[in-house]
Each structure stands twice: as structure tokens, then as C-alpha cells.
Design a protein around this ligand. Sequence first.
Ligand code: MEV
Length: 395
Amino acid sequence: MGRVVASAPGKCILFGEHAVVYGQPAVAVAIEQRMIVEISTEDEISEWKLDGKEFDGSKHPHVQALRDRMWPKSVGATPLSVKIHGDIPAASGLGSSAALSVAACAALRAARGRWIRKNGDFSVPEDWAEGYHSSIEDTNSYADSENIRDSARRSGQNGVGHLHIFGQDSIDVEECSIVGHSIEAVAQGGRASPMDATTCAYGGIILLSDKLEPGVDWTGTRNLSTPNGDVSWEIHSVSAKSPDDLFLVIGHTGDYSSTAQQVKYVAELLEKDPLRMKEIEAIGHVARRGVDALLKGDYTAVGHAMKENQVLLSLLGVSSEKLDRLVEAANPSSLGAKLTGAGGGGCMIALTRNPKETSEAIELAGGRTWISKFNNKGLTLDAISDLPIWFPPGN
Ligand code: MEV
């Protein structure tokens, strides 16, 4: 039986959510909690299964979008059984859907493999005969399911006489991050930053900016045509020496909220009153101060920026009473606390050197907590057997 298991971490945002959708800088950190995706072929299944039940694409739009892109029935891809588990709560601002998309993208790629140019190098996207990567110009990964170009399943391009690779060699972190972002963009009505998908794919600490930042590793540019115009992000990986005694405490309000709705709420607010774009820019200024502090290793200033960011997010109207209560409870024992993700419910985070004290304070205020360190790994391929599961048409 062909089988692949891949996993990716969730994320929390130190500064800049919502404003990052409009191109402002933001920083996110991969957390210890992960989503695990297992795909396999089971004898005699004629249709896709998800967690043992018949797969319903309308209930699982992320999996449906991936299936359309990576596993098209129209060119003979066989039905799969998919199992999803992990310890990231859904609809809570911790990037569960991005982690799912990134891990599932890697699993499907490992299972189908990739055609590359004869004598090509699998790590050089220009040698690929199929796939999504920011350095391949003719890839339209941001189209919705019906309008995907054939780039993902093209054959015969980039040279004649292909070589087929599969498993770990066929996985490309940048591809998973791009596909993850494109699926978030579709799910969020065209307005989504690459923050979640990039952090879940690469792990560690990710900085998005409107310009190239010195002192950090640049990993690429992402462009997206949104209903508000074209937005472009420069993506960087930050290797800040985060001290061993620093922790993130995540506090869940117990309420769930839809990122798509929260993003829509902000878009409508800005449409009604374009002057409120000043608030988005103010979040950008605070995020920039936070980035400078992070790069200097000044965590007291990082905490201050988080606090200021929370005030601005509240003004924008994306916090909630419960989030405010948990943030207030965390403040005395931490360097800074704020909501994370889209807000309106879901989670807050506190940056702290006293994880036990901060966690108890949040729980006393009614939150459920998790503690996470920094420097968590990104996407991993965790198990494979009998690959490729489907051998896509090549020449
Ligand atoms: C969601 O985790 C973060 C938002 O900024 C949306 C996005 O960046 O696409 C609210």
C-alpha cells in the first residue's frame, strides 16, 4: 500500500496581522504544535475518503483545492484515503489551515513525484517539467480551481526526455508555501498574505516586508492581485538568537472565528472610511519597530511593540472582550501580549520568561493554554512507503 505522512507547524504572529494583507511588515513564529497529514491507497476505494468517511469538498475547501491542483482526476489520478490529525485547534488564529495545506501539498507531491528535465537537478526549479515555484514564470498558482493553468500537470516542457523523481527529492518547501498561500487567497476572497503558509512551510521566524531587509535571509518575493490592487511581499527568514529562557504562551478564548470573515470586515471598514488606512499604516510602523527590536535581540522592546500592536488591533475592531481579558491577565508576568491571527475569537499570545506564571494567569481568566518555544522546524516528510502512488503522465 502506498503511503506518505507529512507534517507542518502552526504559527503565531508577533506583529502585523491584518496590516500585512495590505503589504505592511509582519513577523510570525512557527510553534511546536503541528498538523499531520497521511495519504494512502486503500484497496477498492473508488472515491476519496477523509478520516474514513466519504470526502465532501464543500466541507473541506483546502483539501479540495489541493486535489484540483496536485491530484487531478481528469488525468487519471487514483482516489486517495486522507487522514488529518494534530494538536492545532482550527479557526483559532494558529494557522491550522495553512499547516494543513502545506503538509498536504508535500504529501501529494511526494506521492506523485515530479517530472524534471533529462539530466536535470531536482533542486533547480528551472529544471522541473511541472510544478509551482516563484522562479518559474509560467506558473499561475493563484488562480481558482476552475482557472488553474496546466502548468502543474504539463508534460514535455523544459526539454524532451524526462526523468521522474518522487519522495523527499520531489518536495520543494517554496512550492508548498506558494500553493498554501494560493489556497488561503482563494479561501479569503482574494485577500491573504503569504504569512501563514510561509511560516508553516519554512518554520523558525518569518519576516514579511514591503522591502528587502538587511541582516536576514531573503527567501523570495510574492505578488498577489487582490480586490484592493496588486500587493507584493518580500519574504525573509530570521535567525534571531532567541534566548532559551523565552517562551510563547498561547491562550485560547474558547471562541472560534473565521479568518475570511475577519479579513472581509477590515476590507469593508476601509472601503467605507479610507482614512482608516492610517490605522493599518500605524500597525505597520509598530511592526517595523518590533522587527528592529527583534533583530537587536531586545526582547523588552519586542514586548512593548506587541502591546502597542494590541491597542491598534482593538481600535480596528478585531479584538474581543475575551481576548482583551486574557491579554490583560498575561501582561503583568510577560514582556508583552496580544491577539494572534485574525482575532474576533481564537487565541492570544504572550512573550514571557515566566511561562508557568503567565499560563496560570491566562487560565484563571478563563483561557486554555499551550506553551511553545521558539525555533520550531517547518515542513517535514515523516514516512513513505511504496511510492509513487500515482505516476502522472510524462512524455
Ligand atoms: C491570519 O493568520 C492573519 C491575517 O493577517 C490574514 C492574512 O495575513 O492573510 C489576519
